[in-house]
Design a protein. Structure first.
Length: 287
C-alpha cells in the first residue's frame, strides 16, 4: 500500500504541476490553453534530442529546455494570443487547439512518430522504505512538485511582481489603471506556465517514454483541475494528487482497463454531482 501510494503520488505530482500551469494561464488571460499538453510533449522531444543527439548532460539540458520553452510560451502569448484579446472565449479555445495540432505535427515531421527514451541521473536507482521499493525518479518528481509549488507560493505572495499578477488576474482593468503592465504580465504568466510544462515533460518522459501521445497527460490534468475546483491553485494541486492515487489504486484493485478511464469517470462524476470541485467557488447565473 505504501509503495502504491508513493507511485500514485509521483504520478499525481505531475498532474498537479500540469494543472497548475493550466490554471495560471487561465487566471491571467481567461483562456484555457489546450496546447499545454503539446508544449509538454515538445519539451520531452527537445530534451531527448539534446541528451541523445547532441550529447549534453541532463543537468545542462534541464535549465536549457525550461528556458527555451518559457521563451516560446512568452512569444506565443505576446505574438499570437494577444491578437484575439476581446474576442469570445471560444476563439481562444479554438486557437490553442489549432496551435496544439501544429506543434504535434511539427514534432512528428522533425523527430518522427517513434517512441524513445533517455537516461536521467536517477534511472535504474531505487530506494527501500521498509518492505517497499520505490524508484528514485518517482521521489524526485514528488520533491520537484513540492519545490515548484513552494517557490510559486512565495513568488505570488511575497514579491511585488507576484502581487501584481494576482491583481491582474482578479481585475485587469483595475490593475491597469493602477499602473500594472497587464499585457506584459500575461506573457510572463504564460512563460511560467510553459516552464512548468517543460519540467513536467523532462521528468515524465523517462517513465512514460518520449512519444507524441505524451500530450494526453493534459486531459488527466484537466480532470484534476475540475476535481480540485476550476480556477483554484490549491485545488489543482490537491486534485492532481488525488487523480494520481485513484489511477494507481484502480489499476491494481479494479479489473483491467479501469486505470485508463478512471480520471475521466471522476471528471464526469464531479461535473454532474459536485460542479464546483473540492476547493472551487460556486458561481451561479440566473436565466
Amino acid at each position: 500500500m505504501f509503495q502504491l501510494g508513493l507511485q500514485g503520488a509521483s504520478t499525481g505530482a505531475i498532474y498537479s504541476l500540469v494543472a497548475l500551469g493550466l490554471v495560471l494561464g487561465y487566471k491571467a488571460t481567461e483562456v484555457l490553453n489546450f496546447a499545454h499538453g503539446d508544449i509538454l510533449m515538445l519539451s520531452a522531444f527537445l530534451g531527448w534530442w539534446l541528451i541523445e543527439g547532441v550529447g549534453l548532460p541532463f543537468w545542462a539540458v534541464l535549465p536549457l529546455v525550461v528556458l527555451v520553452i518559457a521563451l516560446f510560451s512568452y512569444l506565443l502569448e505576446a505574438r499570437v494570443m494577444r491578437v484575439i484579446v476581446g474576442q469570445p472565449q471560444f476563439a481562444g479555445v479554438m486557437l490553442t487547439i489549432g496551435i496544439g495540432f501544429m506543434i504535434r505535427g511539427g514534432v512528428s515531421m522533425v523527430f518522427g512518430p517513434d517512441s524513445r527514451t533517455y537516461d536521467t541521473p536517477w534511472t535504474g536507482q531505487t530506494t527501500r522504505f521498509g518492505g517497499a521499493v520505490v524508484a528514485d525518479l518517482n521521489l524526485v518528481i514528488v520533491a520537484a512538485a513540492l519545490a515548484v509549488t513552494a517557490l510559486l507560493f512565495v513568488f505570488m505572495a511575497r514579491t511585488s511582481l507576484g502581487v501584481a499578477i494576482q491583481a491582474a488576474s482578479q481585475n485587469q482593468l483595475a490593475a491597469y489603471l493602477s499602473g500594472v503592465r497587464v499585457k506584459r504580465l500575461n506573457s510572463l504568466v504564460w512563460a511560467i506556465s510553459g516552464a512548468i510544462a517543460a519540467l513536467c515533460g523532462l521528468l515524465l518522459a523517462p517513465i512514460s517514454l518520449v512519444d507524441l501521445s505524451l500530450w494526453f497527460v493534459m486531459l488527466k490534468a484537466f480532470s484534476a483541475l475540475v476535481l480540485g475546483g476550476f480556477g483554484s491553485v490549491p485545488g489543482a494541486i490537491v486534485g492532481g494528487l488525488l487523480i494520481g492515487l485513484i489511477e494507481q489504486f484502480s489499476g491494481v484493485y479494479l479489473p483491467d482497463g479501469f486505470k485508463d478511464v478512471m480520471p475521466y469517470l471522476v471528471l464526469i462524476a464531479v461535473l454532474v454531482f459536485f460542479p464546483k470541485g473540492l476547493l472551487g467557488e460556486a458561481h451561479g447565473r440566473r436565466v
